[in-house]
Design a protein around this ligand. Structure first.
Ligand code: FE2
Length: 362
């Protein structure tokens, strides 16, 4: 029986907020005075984008986007429950959360035991009430296992992969929302409060040259003009190597793991060449086609510059997962890509399972 399941999903923060506010990033971007008026004019937008925007700046289209995401998340949860893991290993970006001016590692294992997390703190900052009508200061327990996480870091380092680790969340910063939202969305019906599985988080410096420059987030074009770029993050190929290393470190230790990539694909607010107005869907489709075709070499060849140009920074989490799947000989068994122009990012969902042995009885 397989002891690893692979999952890819989104941690789109605005899914945790109200439909009415799901398009706030685009609405805010359209107020940036340094974006040419023609780019902001819906008459010049692609057809799907005009349709989503409609007459009410995306408000009517939001419920359908939510319904689609919730449906695909439920499918991932079903696969997870069927597999019944001992723990999830989640690759998620750190967006100016633990990784700040003091130190920015390429990757970090969060070796925490159970920890109380405020899942709505980021959205509260944007004045966006949560989708569940829960108190703003609600917490849930994110189950962890310090020993398992510490052992993973130890094995990675022994194997030649210099892994950073953390024993304590940074004071005064949000818990990395890529990890918290993974729990919240995999347990969507309960806003994350009833999620039973422990999580071993591996945070990734997906934001690279924008990690400090843009504080892991969106910036106005006036700020970008003179920005001091940071050193780049780990390359896509290196992320795949990390995935391989994690698979080697955990394979055969007697536990069952779900390996999870947590992120949307191209983000509008990171795609400078499209004026932060919509994601780079052609770039996403190219990688999605390669994913479907099992062409992991196409993924491995991807450069850091291509990732940044396409606003695909957070996809580095998926490169980690793909490396692990490759190491373990696991295949994509189901996936879907939910494209959108108005709701910031395209969202991919995927399930990977152990490759069927040739000639095995059906
Ligand atoms: Fe993110």
């Amino acid at each position: 029986m397989a002891d690893v399941l692979g999952l890819g999903l989104t941690h789109f923060p605005l899914l945790g907020g109200l439909d009415e506010k799901m398009a706030i990033l685009l609405r805010g971007t359209l107020k940036d005075p340094d974006i040419p008026a023609a780019e902001k004019d819906p008459a010049n937008w692609p057809e799907r984008m005009r349709r989503e925007w409609g007459e009410d700046e995306g408000r009517s289209a939001a419920p359908a986007h939510r319904a689609e995401l919730v449906k695909e998340l439920a499918r991932c949860r079903e696969a997870l429950d069927e597999f019944a893991p001992d723990a999830l290993v989640v690759w998620g970006d750190d967006q100016y959360e633990n990784f700040r001016e003091e130190v920015v590692p390429p990757f970090c294992v969060l070796a925490y035991d159970d920890i109380e997390v405020h899942p709505f703190s980021l959205m509260n900052e944007y004045g966006n009430p949560n989708a569940w009508g829960r108190p703003d200061d609600m917490t849930f327990t994110l189950h962890g296992n310090r020993d398992w996480s510490r052992n993973l870091a130890d094995r990675l380092i022994t194997d030649g992969f210099d892994m950073a680790y953390s024993y304590r969340k940074r004071e005064g910063a949000h818990f990395p929302h890529a990890i918290a939202n993974t729990q919240m969305f995999l347990d969507y019906d309960n806003a994350g409060t009833e999620f039973p599985y422990p999580i071993i988080p591996i945070t990734v410096n997906c934001y690279g040259q924008h990690a400090i420059a843009r504080r892991g987030g969106l910036a106005k074009f006036a700020e970008i003009r003179d920005e001091q770029l940071d050193p780049i993050g780990p390359t896509p190929a290196r992320c795949m190597e990390l995935g391989r290393g994690v698979a080697r470190a955990l394979r055969g230790d007697g536990r069952r793991y779900a390996f999870v990539a947590s992120s949307s694909w191209s983000h509008a607010f990171l795609t400078d060449k499209l004026w932060h107005i919509r994601p780079d869907t052609p770039a996403d489709l190219e990688l999605y086609d390669a994913l479907l075709a099992g062409d992991r070499e196409r993924w491995r060849r991807t450069t850091s510059q291509e990732i940044v140009d396409a606003g695909q920074h957070e996809m580095l989490n998926w490169f980690c997962l793909l490396g692990a799947m490759d190491e373990l000989g696991m295949d994509l068994t189901w996936s879907t890509l939910v494209p959108t122009d108005v709701f910031n990012s395209n969202k991919c969902f995927a399930i990977f399972e152990e490759r069927a042995t040739t000639g095995a009885p059906a």
